[in-house]
Design a protein around this ligand. Structure first.
Ligand SMILES: [Zn+2]
Ligand SMILES: [Zn+2]
Length: 218
């Protein structure tokens, strides 16, 4: 009896490819329906994955991928730690670089705000009317910063305050000048309660610069 069943079974297996009967059991049909070929994320070789979400071609590549992912995670943790250790003044200096870069772009076609030179062969700064030391709360106020020639006005002329005052009144009006002079300004801590707020402002400036086709310098 057993032999007869065995004979039948083997015969069925032999012809199975003709009428598409699963060879061993129902599972084999699933097994034959393999996912599409894909490119290994590590070595770039094309391979036939056993399961749909397999990212690598081999164990060796899978180990390498895990190592890379761990490295990335650690890098992120390190970056956050480094940011948390940065002082406020370090953050402000970084933001200032971007704000100044933006001002230099904004005033690219303007002459020096205090002496009017348009000499192409000299260096220009983003000069503050109220200095960052005297009025820190105005260090990122865009109407307090303008293109200024570096040597004659910003550095040696100590900002040419008298000329700068005239420039601001001419450009923005007396009311605005008086507002700048007043104490009606939020402190830096109020402007940026946490370092993440400074970072967000940096991101905003980077985007502004990229939007006008300039690579942010930091
Ligand atoms: Zn691979
Ligand atoms: Zn000048």
């Amino acid at each position: 009896m057993l032999r007869l069943w065995q004979k039948f079974y083997y015969r069925m297996r032999y012809f199975s490819h003709l009428f598409n009967i699963p060879k061993n059991n129902g599972l084999s049909k699933l097994k034959t329906k393999k996912p599409r070929k894909k490119r290994c994320k590590v070595c770039g070789d094309v391979f036939q994955p056993e399961r749909p979400l397999t990212p690598c071609c081999s164990i060796k590549c899978a180990i390498e991928l895990t190592r890379r992912q761990n490295d990335q995670k650690q890098k992120k943790v390190k970056t956050v730690k480094r940011k948390e250790l940065m002082t406020r003044s370090q953050w402000y200096s970084k933001l200032q670089i971007l704000v100044n870069q933006y001002v230099r772009w904004r005033d690219r076609d303007q002459p020096c705000c205090t002496c009017g030179t348009t000499n192409q062969h000299i260096k220009y700064d983003a000069g503050h009317f109220h200095t960052t030391g005297a009025r820190p709360e105005l260090r990122f106020e865009l109407t307090n910063i303008h293109k200024q020639c570096s040597q004659k006005c910003n550095v040696y002329g100590s900002g040419m305050r008298k000329e700068y005052q005239t420039f601001i009144i001419d450009k923005y009006g007396m009311d605005h000048f008086e507002w700048l002079e007043s104490n009606d300004h939020k402190s830096l801590k109020e402007q940026f309660p946490t370092w993440q707020d400074i970072e967000d402002e940096m991101k905003r400036y980077r985007q502004l610069l990229r939007d006008v086709g300039i690579k942010p310098s930091i």
